[in-house]
Design a protein around this ligand. Structure first.
Ligand code: AVJ
Length: 321
C-alpha cells in the first residue's frame, strides 16, 4: 500500500498529520491549533461573552492574589514556571502583585507557540522592565524534562486556563505525576479547572454565535495548507462540538460534508474522506471537586487550597507533593 511505505518526516507536525489522517477514526492534536493565526483566534475566543473560562479565572486570581502571593512567597525566593502561558493575561495579575511587594522571583513561561512567548516577553519588558524572565518554547513533554533544572530553588508551577482539560484523564494523571516527581516539599502547583455546569452553557462556550471557535478549529486545515502544501477547502467541513455529560467532556470535530481526496504535497499523500467522516480535533474535559481530588490522588498530589468564583463555574486548586 502506497500510504504505508516508510517515510521520513521533517517535523512532528508532518508525522502527526500523516498518522492522524491515516487513522480510523481520524484525529489531529489540538496543540497544532496554536500557530500565529491560531493564537490570534484564541485571543478572540478569550474575549467572547460565551467563553466564560478566562474571565472567571481572571476574577479568581484578582480576588485571591494576596493570599496566593503569601502562600507562594513564604520562605523566600522562588521560580515561577508556567505551562501554556499564552498571553499571560491572568498571570500578569500575580506578577504585578509579586513585583509590587518586591518578592524575589523569576518568571519562566513555557508555551508551544514561539509567537505567543515572544509577545508575552515583549509586553512584560514594557510593563515590568526589571522582572527576570526566562522563557521556554516547546511542548509540555519537552519542557517537563527541563523542570529538573529548577531544583535548587523553591518553585511554583502554574497550569492555568483549564489547559489540563485537553488531556484524557489518564494522560492528565501521568502529566501531573511527572510534575510531582520534580516537586520538592515547599514547591506548589496551581491548576485551573473548568467546572461541570448546565450542558447548554458549556456547549455555547464552544459554539459561539460569531463562529470564532469554528474558525479556530478550521485553522488546522488552513495551517496544513500553509505549512504542508495541503489542499483543504475549509468550507467543505462542518465544525461540530458535542458535550457528553457522562464523561463530562466537550469533544470537537471537523466533519467532511462530501466524499473527497485531499492531496498534501509535503507528505505526498492523499487524505481520503467518506461523506460525513470526522476528524477529532480537541477534548475539553470538565471537572468537579470529586473528580479533581481523584486526579490528585492518582498523581500522588495533596490539595492544599481551593479557590472558586461565586457561581462555582471555575476553580483553581493548589497542590503540594
Ligand atoms: C485553552 C485548551 C483551555 O479547551 O477550552 C477554546 C481551547 N478550544 N475553544 C479549551 C479552546 C475551543 C481551550 N483551552
Amino acid at each position: 500500500m502506497k500510504n504505508a511505505r516508510r517515510r521520513s518526516f521533517n517535523n512532528d507536525f508532518e508525522a502527526d498529520v500523516f498518522a492522524g489522517l491515516n487513522a480510523n477514526p481520524k484525529h489531529l492534536n489540538s496543540k497544532y491549533f496554536y500557530d500565529a493565526q491560531g493564537d490570534a483566534l484564541f485571543q478572540k475566543i478569550m474575549a467572547l461573552s460565551e467563553y466564560y473560562l478566562c474571565a472567571r479565572e481572571f476574577d479568581i486570581i484578582e480576588a485571591n492574589k494576596r493570599k496566593m502571593a503569601e502562600l507562594f512567597s513564604a520562605g523566600g525566593g522562588f521560580d515561577l514556571v508556567e505551562f501554556g502561558a499564552g498571553d499571560g493575561k491572568k498571570t500578569k495579575v500575580l506578577l504585578r502583585h509579586l513585583h509590587a511587594r518586591q518578592v524575589d522571583f523569576k518568571y519562566c513561561p513555557v508555551d508551544i507557540s514561539e509567537n505567543a512567548v515572544q509577545q508575552l516577553c515583549d509586553s512584560l519588558k514594557q510593563t515590568l522592565p526589571d522582572l527576570r524572565v526566562e522563557p521556554h518554547i516547546g511542548t509540555y513533554a519537552q519542557v517537563l524534562t527541563k523542570l529538573a533544572d529548577y531544583r535548587e530553588r523553591k518553585k511554583l508551577i502554574l497550569f492555568l486556563g483549564s489547559n489540563i482539560g485537553n488531556f484524557t484523564l489518564d494522560a492528565a494523571v501521568s502529566f501531573l505525576q511527572q510534575i510531582r516527581a520534580s516537586m520538592g516539599r515547599d514547591d506548589r502547583l496551581l491548576v485551573g479547572f473548568d467546572q461541570k455546569k448546565h450542558p447548554q452553557r458549556i456547549l455555547d462556550a464552544y459554539r459561539d454565535k460569531a463562529g470564532v471557535t469554528e474558525a479556530f478549529n478550521k485553522n488546522l486545515l488552513r495551517r496544513m495548507n500553509r505549512e504542508l502544501g495541503a489542499h483543504f477547502d475549509p468550507d467543505t467541513f462542518v465544525y461540530w462540538p458535542v458535550y457528553q455529560p457522562e464523561e463530562s467532556v466537550i469533544k470537537s470535530y471537523l466533519v467532511s460534508k462530501i466524499a473527497q481526496q485531499v492531496y498534501i504535497e509535503a507528505l505526498d499523500f492523499k487524505a481520503c474522506f467518506q461523506p460525513w467522516e470526522s476528524i477529532h480535533t480537541e477534548n475539553s474535559q470538565k471537572f468537579d471537586d470529586p473528580s479533581i481530588r481523584q486526579l490528585a490522588q492518582q498523581a500522588g498530589l495533596v490539595v492544599t487550597e481551593v479557590f472558586s468564583d461565586a457561581n462555582s463555574d471555575y476553580r483553581n486548586y493548589i497542590f503540594r507533593n
